[in-house]
Design a protein around this ligand. Structure first.
Ligand code: NI
Ligand code: MN
Length: 226
C-alpha cells in the first residue's frame, strides 16, 4: 500500500483500490496537487466542513468514483449528481476489494461547502481495509473509545489531526496513538493556517514516550509505502 499526503487532511491511499480521503485541494494553501490530477475509485468524506468536502464532487464525477460518507451528507452529493453511498457510524461498506468502516469523531458539522448547505449528520472517521488497514480520524477531539477502534481493527497506519484549535493537539494526538496502537502514525490537519500551527516533531517526541509506533512526518505531496 502507498499513502500520499496531499496537504491538510487529504490523502490518497493506493491499496487494492485507489481511495482519496477529504480531497480539499482548491483554495488549500498546503495542497500538493489539483483535482484534475487525482485518479481514484473511491472518495471518502469525513464530514461536511469545506476543508474536508473540498473537491469531492469534481473528483468523483471525473473518475466515476463512489463517494462514501455519512448518510445525510450523501444525499447532498447525490443532488450534486454524484454516486454516493450513505452509511453511518459503526457500519461498513465494501467497494471493490476495499472495506470502509465509519467510526465516531468528536467534532461539529454543518455542510458549508458550496452547494452542500444544510444539515450533514455528524462528523466521522474511517477505518479503510484495502490490503493494509488505515484509520483516518477526520476532525476530532481525543476520545477514550479510540481504544475500541484499535482493538477491533489492528491498524497499520493512523492518520491523526494535531493542529489543535478545531481538533486535538500534538500532545492529545500522542495519547490517541497510545490507545489506537498503530504501527505507523502520520500527523495531519496542521500548519494549513495560523490557528492550527503545530510542530510535528513535538508529536513525534510525545508518541515516543507512550508508544512504539513509528511517526512518519510527511511533506504535502510526499508518499510512503507499507
Ligand atoms: Ni471540521
Ligand atoms: Mn477541518
Amino acid at each position: 500500500m502507498e499513502i500520499t499526503w496531499l496537504g491538510h487532511s487529504a490523502f490518497i491511499v493506493k491499496g487494492m483500490n485507489s481511495i482519496v480521503i477529504d480531497p480539499f485541494l482548491t483554495d488549500n494553501p498546503s495542497a500538493s496537487t489539483t483535482p484534475d490530477k487525482v485518479s481514484c475509485d473511491i472518495v471518502c468524506v469525513t464530514h461536511g466542513h469545506g476543508d474536508h468536502v473540498g473537491d469531492a464532487v469534481a473528483i468523483a464525477k471525473k473518475n466515476n468514483a463512489k463517494i462514501l460518507t455519512m448518510v445525510e451528507l450523501a444525499s447532498h452529493f447525490e443532488k450534486a449528481g454524484c454516486e454516493a453511498i450513505g452509511f453511518n457510524i459503526g457500519g461498513s461498506v465494501t467497494v471493490g476489494n476495499t472495506k470502509v468502516t465509519m467510526t465516531q469523531a468528536v467534532h461539529s458539522c454543518g455542510a458549508d461547502a458550496p452547494g452542500l448547505e444544510g444539515g450533514a449528520g455528524v462528523p466521522a472517521g474511517f477505518v479503510i481495509e484495502s490490503g493494509k488497514t488505515v484509520y483516518h480520524a477526520g476532525d476530532t477531539a481525543l476520545f477514550g473509545d479510540m481504544a475500541l477502534i484499535g482493538m477491533l481493527h489492528p491498524l497499520d497506519v493512523a492518520l491523526l489531526p494535531i493542529g489543535g484549535f478545531y481538533t486535538m493537539d500534538a500532545v492529545q494526538a500522542a495519547k490517541a496513538v497510545e490507545m489506537l496502537k498503530p504501527k505507523i502514525a502520520v500527523p495531519m490537519h496542521y500548519n494549513t493556517w495560523p490557528p492550527i500551527k503545530a510542530d510535528p516533531e513535538q508529536f513525534k517526541l510525545e508518541v515516543s514516550k507512550v508508544s512504539k509506533a513509528q511517526v512518519r512526518i510527511l511533506k504535502p505531496g510526499e508518499s510512503f509505502s507499507i
